[in-house]
Design a protein around this ligand. Structure first.
Ligand SMILES: [Zn+2]
Length: 459
């Protein structure tokens, strides 16, 4: 099938929203390896797949533009694949994401100040809310900006500290990163909920998690990209740096931006990243070339110098997974991360607790094992360079039915189950001896964990 006859017509006119009117999503379940191969070839031709893993018996979802629908349908028929239309108009889902979900169950307990979790908010509202929190909780919350973007926006966050100036020289610290991929709207909606829970929950386990650590929380690590998903293209992923622009067929905009989660300077551009600016996974001209990457890495290094950074959690969507570093290894090589066994154990227990709330199933493993090989991601850098003990990348709801266009009614159940998993993560991490309730790190345990990991590695 030759696809250069009809090229996807995503042409963004300045300040006009890209329309996904009458874009369809087809669902195909490959029944043999031969059918998997046909789909793999289709993906290579540039069709927008909503599914990452192509396997016999699993749903594969493909978004098709109206202009290429006839050619696509004819081809699918000619190779005898069974395709069902699962979404008749992608634009309808995008529009639905701008609505507020209202139901009797979404009561006032799901709000804090001017913020609710029955809808998705743009950057301005999120940033204004962070300032509002500083006013509401002056003794606990401090807003920070860890740097500025190429379009001049602050990369804003909050510090939550319940015991300011009373934690000794090496305070226990945790950091949470959201929204590094622009179109993954559920990520900032989750991270803002974690902030809300830390400030308002009366659950003793949440209180322990909130108050034991100084939390540094950045809900939107890619502000320019996030704004762009509201103003121009809902499906934008990268940042908005235009310095490396190239033309990509008729799609002038695709050659802009860098995938920030491939830009970190740990095994940069070694696997699962692209050197072509047209690609969604373009890693940038060099490691840590981007202002957002530099802001995050500098901040992590500052926290590592000023305290005991125990947790780094990055939130993405979608796939329902807890990814454990490193993203380029599988099999016995997972032990390149010295305390992999502990991180895996903690994540498995966290996923069990997550499922107990609403029955949502998450899988656990390295990205290479359960998703695909990746290099240059933020969480791998945090593990490999900053050597933080407990590091995860969460891929939130769903597994592809709505994908990035998760309906607003899913926000709160998603957030509830994630909060349960974080509480369990902390319980098991403490049980394994990574820190004590008194707030000190057990260095002997930590070095034992490191030593054990190394021994296994060299066997
Ligand atoms: Zn992502």
């Amino acid at each position: 099938m030759i696809k250069n006859v009809v090229i996807i017509g995503l042409i963004a006119i300045a300040n006009a929203m890209v329309s996904y009117e009458n874009y369809k999503v087809y669902n195909i379940v490959p029944k043999s390896e031969a059918e998997v191969q046909i789909l793999t070839d289709l993906k290579k031709e540039g069709y927008e797949f909503w599914t990452e893993i192509l396997e016999v018996g699993n749903d594969v979802r493909i978004m098709v533009a109206p202009a290429e629908d006839e050619e696509f349908s004819n081809y699918i028929k000619s190779v005898k694949l069974d395709a069902v239309v699962s979404i008749t108009n992608v634009q309808d889902l995008i529009d639905a994401q701008h609505n507020t979900f209202s139901s009797s169950s979404s009561d006032r307990s799901s709000s804090l100040g001017s913020f609710t979790w029955d809808r998705y908010y743009g950057l301005d509202h999120i940033h204004a809310w962070l300032d509002e929190l500083e006013g509401l909780y002056p003794d606990v919350v401090t807003t920070i900006s860890i740097g500025n973007t190429v379009e001049g926006r602050p990369i804003k966050g909050v510090i939550i500290d319940y015991k300011p100036n009373a934690r000794g020289e090496r305070p226990l610290t945790g950091m949470i990163e959201g929204g590094i991929h622009a179109r993954e709207w559920i990520s900032p909606a989750t991270v803002t909920w974690i902030i809300k829970e830390f400030l308002t929950s009366t659950d003793p386990a949440v209180r322990t998690l909130a108050e034991t650590f100084i939390w540094h929380i950045i809900p939107v690590a890619n502000p320019d990209g996030y704004v762009y998903t509201f103003s121009n293209d809902r499906m934008w992923r990268k940042n908005r740096n235009t310095a490396n622009h190239v033309m990509c067929g008729t799609n002038a905009d695709a050659g802009n931006g860098i995938d920030l989660n491939r830009n970190f300077n740990f095994l940069w551009m070694s696997v699962g990243a692209s050197s072509n600016p047209c690609d969604q996974t373009y890693a940038g001209p060099r490691g840590a070339s981007e202002l957002e990457t530099q802001a995050l890495t500098n901040h992590v290094l500052r926290l590592q110098r000023s305290g005991e950074l125990i947790y780094y959690l990055a939130f993405h969507s979608y796939s329902q997974m807890i990814l454990v570093p490193y993203s380029h290894v599988a099999g016995v090589n997972v032990l390149e991360a010295p305390n992999y066994a502990d991180m895996f154990e903690v994540a498995i227990r966290a996923a069990d607790k997550l499922e107990a709330r609403h029955g949502t199933r998450y899988t656990v493993g390295t990205s290479l094992e359960i998703l695909y090989a990746v290099s240059g991601s933020s969480f791998d850098w945090v593990k490999g360079v900053a050597n933080v003990p407990i590091v995860y990348l969460f891929e939130l709801r769903d597994v592809g039915l709505y994908g990035f266009l998760l309906p607003p009614e899913d926000i709160i159940p998603n957030n509830e189950e994630i909060m349960d998993s974080l509480v369990e993560m902390d319980r098991v991490t403490r049980q394994l001896g990574y820190y004590t309730a008194a707030g000190t790190v057990l260095h002997s345990v930590m070095s034992l964990v490191l030593a054990t990991g190394m021994l296994v590695l060299f066997q």
